[in-house]
Ligand binder design. Structure first.
Ligand code: HEC
Length: 191
């Protein structure tokens, strides 16, 4: 009796943790799909048409890939940042801001940006959600569109000025946290 009660207690404590571990594995796979698909499209376009041609890949293809993965996963897959280019899609909510701040702190303390990730199950007024974020490091490849004024070619500056008049996503250096892939999925029933 005592044994079965303690077994039940262990199960009660362990099951949500096992569920969260499964969801983290799934979220990790989704985030790497997002990163790989976008990276491949970006590299192809940069090679074919240069950085000013590739601006449209980021403008049109990034939201399309995020939308497709969101529909497939039944949750929300997006990219967020403290310094957004597109505030409509890229603005972080409170939880995401806290995780981004923690990623910046961990990067400053010497952790590799590409290995930074965080997951948590949170309760909100509408229900319970599994949440996951993976940091996106600034690589040399990103600089022609997110670097300092010297890194960004004039044609790219001109395109960005037209499409994103409120752009904050410049001035980055390699190794910094550019932002993160964020995933939010309902757990159980959501009204
Ligand atoms: C060819 C130009 C270009 C390159 C190169 C580029 N980006 Fe971007 N990036 C953009 C554009 C344009 C947007 C806005 C997309 C939108 O409208 O949703 C963007 C948006 C983002 C966002 C979403 C948050 C925001 O600012 O709105 C992140 C995160 C991001 N880029 C990371 C990166 C990383 C990391 C790299 C390098 C691996 C990179 N980008 C390379 C043009 C570029």
């Amino acid at each position: 009796m005592l044994l079965s009660r303690s077994c039940a207690t262990i199960l009660l404590v362990a099951l949500p943790l096992i569920a969260q571990a499964d969801q983290t594995t799934e979220a990790r796979a989704l985030a790497s799909q997002m990163i790989q698909q976008l990276g491949a499209a970006l590299k192809k376009e940069l090679a074919a048409n240069g950085p000013d041609g590739a601006v449209s890949v980021c403008r049109d293809i990034a939201p399309a890939i995020a939308g497709e993965l969101s529909r497939k996963s039944g949750g929300r897959v997006a990219r967020v940042s403290f310094k957004t280019r597109n505030p409509l899609l890229g603005d972080p909510d409170v939880w995401e801001q806290q995780v981004l701040a923690e990623f910046d702190r961990r990067a400053a303390a010497g952790e590799k940006v590409e290995s930074l990730e965080y997951s948590e199950t949170v309760d909100e007024p509408r229900g319970r959600y599994f949440r996951y974020m993976k940091a996106l490091p600034v690589q040399p490849l990103c600089l022609s569109c997110h670097g300092t004024a010297e890194n960004i070619p004039d044609q790219v500056k001109a395109k960005l000025a037209i499409d994103y008049p409120h752009d904050h996503a410049t001035g980055y250096a390699p190794g910094q946290v550019r932002g993160a892939v964020t995933i939010k999925q309902p757990v159980g029933t959501v009204q």
